[in-house]
Each structure stands twice: as structure tokens, then as C-alpha cells.
Design a binder for this molecule. Structure first.
Ligand SMILES: [Zn+2]
Length: 397
């Protein structure tokens, strides 16, 4: 039933049951960042759809900045243009940038033209014409000496607090195929692909967590139906380092057996471009409005190449790794396809067909938790090699 996984498949499913884990809707949305003048102060207003907790500090490392840390958000500001605050551009602020600096936090950085400190910081609820929740900061000029002294003091405090958080574990995202009303392929003895995918996904999560080297997130950890489009969206809402979608195949001939792994094909890549344009999938590097369009296009292309080669790299590790565990594989087993779940442009992703439900021997090992241990072992070994010698850090301030 993999044809269900081709791009248009999702259109045939009507109902959406919600996620087993954090969904994109759970994140608050920032809808605008505005600048204006409030007497001598520069007023920064951040519009959002819900009240947002925030913390800020001033930063001096050559450039002078004010940094706002917030829980993980979704930025849905049209482009990066902003209302000008009149006077000299944004008053004290030359430009601003934002990004996700960990799976759980977002950050807005204000680059200052001259030393300034926050004199007022408060939140406003929707009122009258203003339908948004707002964070308001007023910035006022301070002397260089005062700015540097405060930045230094805050830096020392922060160093102490963050020293243990700087390094992070790679985040592996497991997508158990099908689920709920979509059973996937049906096995020779009527077993359902969705159940095997889920069982293997849960075992893989357990095994990866047991290494203490990874964080793991899943699209589903129960028998629920999730749209393909939403699987990608959920993964993209995290800073995922590797996306693994687990499936079991169905073949025309019952003799066909063995596992195979898919990465994104060239036609899928074009589809990814189209989807990216229609779904607001903005790569992080596309958000920096400092760069010319040409430079941005080159960088986007580089990220995609990097993602593609990283996906292929994992696929090439996975096959020998499960073969080593004596798990059967198909010939020519690294294939390329345009499966929907592989289409996020900046997440290394593979779709792993663990075997054929339509082959009695494959079905027997796929349904046996004891036999599956070998398969899981093979996947974990491949993940270990893939991430060996790589360190992951939360974004530098
Ligand atoms: Zn499937």
C-alpha cells in the first residue's frame, strides 16, 4: 500500500485525528514584529496569537544586541519586512533576526545601532482593533560604558546557567507508517502494516533512548491516523537531525522479500520545491534578509544537496548494518522515490521498507518481536555510525 504514500495520497483521507505528540498547532505564532517611537524610546512590538513568555538580555560581542528568548514558536510574518519606526529607520534597532535555537526555544535578536537598554517590558492582551497578544519593549539610549558593564554582568550570569545545556543530543524522528483507519499493506496471514510499523517504531525509540545519545520524537505512538502532509509538518516543527519512516512492503509476487530503503528522487525533489513554495516551508537560511536573493538561492541549493547526500549516506549505512544482523534485504536495495514523507527539504530522511508483508517468511520475522530485535539492532548501529564524531550544539549566541 505504498502507493498511498505518493504525494497525492493524502488527498483521499478526509479526517484528521490529532497527533500523538506535539503538533504544529501547539506552537504559538508570531505574526508581526513592529517598531515605532515612544518619546525618546524605540518601541518594539511583537504580535502573537497567544500570550508568550519571554526573557531578554543585552549582549555585547563586537556587535551590540538585545536578545529575546521565547518558547518554541512558529514565525508567520510575511517576508521579513516590518513597519519602519520613522526617524532613523527602526530607531535604535538596525535589523532583527529570528530563529529556533533548540527544539524547545525560539530567539529574536535585535541588532542595535547604538548602545541601548530595555526600560519597559510588558505584555498586552488583545483590545479593540488590536486582535493580537503583544510583547512590548521600550529601548532607551545608554552610555557605552553602562551597556558594556551590564552586558558583562549578564554574560557571567548566563555562562553559569547555560554551561550544561550547550551541547545537545541529535534528535531522531521516527515516523510509524499508516495508522488508524489506514491499515497499510495486509500480510499473508492478515497482519496489518500499520501495527508492525508501530511496534518497530516503539522498539526503535526504546533502543535509541537506551543509548542515552539521542533524543527521539515520533509522529504517532498509538494507532491513530495522521495525514502525510502533517507528518512532514510535525517533523519540520522540530530541529530534526534524522527522519526515519518505517513501513512494510506489499509485492505482486509472494516470493519477493527483503528490506529496502528509499531516499528522495529527482522528481520528488521537484515536488519538494513546489510544496515548499505552497506550504511556507522556509529554510532557516532563507530568513536572513541581509543576503541578496542570488546568494540565498545558492545557499538553499547547498542545504538541499547536503540534505540529499546526508539522506543517501544514512541509507548506504543502513543496508549493510541490517545485513550484518542477517536481516534479509532486496537486491538493489537503496532506491529513490518521491514519497511524501521524504519531501521536507532540510531534514535528512529515509523511508525504510522493513520487508514484504506479502512474503510468508518476511511476515513471520516482521511479526516476531524476538526477530525484530535484530532489525532494530541494525538500525541503531547505523544511527550510531551516522552520528559518530558529530557534536550538536544549541545555536551560539
Ligand atoms: Zn507503507
Amino acid at each position: 500500500m505504498h502507493r498511498l504514500f505518493f504525494a497525492l495520497g493524502f488527498m483521499f483521507f478526509g479526517v484528521f485525528y490529532g497527533f500523538a505528540h506535539a503538533d504544529t498547532g501547539k506552537f504559538a505564532r508570531i505574526t508581526n514584529v513592529r517598531f515605532g517611537e515612544n518619546g525618546a524610546a524605540t518601541r518594539v512590538v511583537i504580535d502573537a496569537n497567544t500570550p508568550i513568555d519571554y526573557d531578554y538580555f543585552i549582549l555585547s560581542n563586537g556587535a551590540r544586541r538585545i536578545v529575546l528568548d521565547m518558547p518554541r514558536l512558529r514565525w508567520s510574518i510575511d517576508g521579513l519586512t516590518s513597519e519602519s519606526g520613522g526617524g532613523d529607520g527602526f530607531g535604535h534597532v538596525v535589523q532583527y533576526r529570528y530563529g529556533h535555537n533548540s527544539p524547545t526555544t525560539s530567539r529574536l535578536v535585535l541588532d542595535l545601532e547604538s548602545p541601548a537598554d530595555v526600560v519597559n517590558a510588558f505584555r498586552l492582551k488583545p483590545k479593540g482593533d488590536r486582535k493580537s497578544h503583544r510583547i512590548v519593549l521600550d529601548l532607551k539610549s545608554v552610555s557605552v560604558k553602562k551597556f558594556e558593564a551590564k552586558a558583562n554582568a549578564e554574560d557571567k550570569k548566563r555562562q553559569k546557567a547555560v554551561v550544561n545545556h550547550k551541547r545537545r543530543k541529535p534528535l531522531i524522528f521516527i515516523d510509524a507508517g499508516h495508522g488508524g483507519k489506514d491499515p497499510g499493506a495486509i500480510g499473508v496471514s492478515k497482519t496489518q502494516e500499520k501495527d508492525i510499523a508501530l511496534a518497530a517504531a516503539l522498539e526503535l525509540r526504546r533502543a535509541l533512548l537506551a543509548t542515552k545519545r539521542y533524543d527521539v520524537a515520533m509522529t504517532r505512538d498509538t494507532d491513530v491516523f495522521i495525514e502525510l502532509e502533517d507528518r512532514v509538518k510535525i517533523a519540520r516543527s522540530y530541529d530534526v537531525d534524522l527522519f526515519i519512516s518505517l513501513h512494510a512492503d506489499a509485492g505482486k509476487k509472494s516470493v519477493t522479500r527483503g528490506a529496502s530503503v528509499y531516499t528522495l528522487s529527482a522528481s520528488g525533489e521537484q515536488r519538494s520545491d513546489r510544496l515548499k513554495n505552497s506550504n511556507n516551508w522556509v529554510l532557516d537560511i532563507e530568513k536572513d534578509d541581509d543576503r541578496s536573493e542570488e546568494v540565498t538561492a545558492i545557499l538553499v541549493d547547498l542545504v538541499k544537496r547536503e540534505t540529499k547526500s546526508r539522506s543517501a549516506e544514512f541509507a548506504e549505512l543502513l543496508i549493510p548494518s541490517i545485513t550484518k544482523q542477517k536481516w534479509p534485504t532486496l537486491r538493489n536495495t537503496h532506491r529513490k522515490a518521491g514519497f511524501f514523507v521524504l519531501l521536507a527539504p532540510d531534514v535528512p530522511a529515509v523511508l525504510f521498507e522493513m520487508g514484504f508483508m506479502t512474503n510468508p517468511s518476511d511476515e513471520a520475522i516482521l511479526t516476531s518481536p524476538r526477530k525484530r530485535k535484530k532489525l532494530i539492532r541494525g538500525i541503531v548501529d547505523a544511527v550510531n555510525v551516522f552520528f559518530a564524531d558529530q557534536e550538536f550544539y544549541v545555536a551560539q549566541r
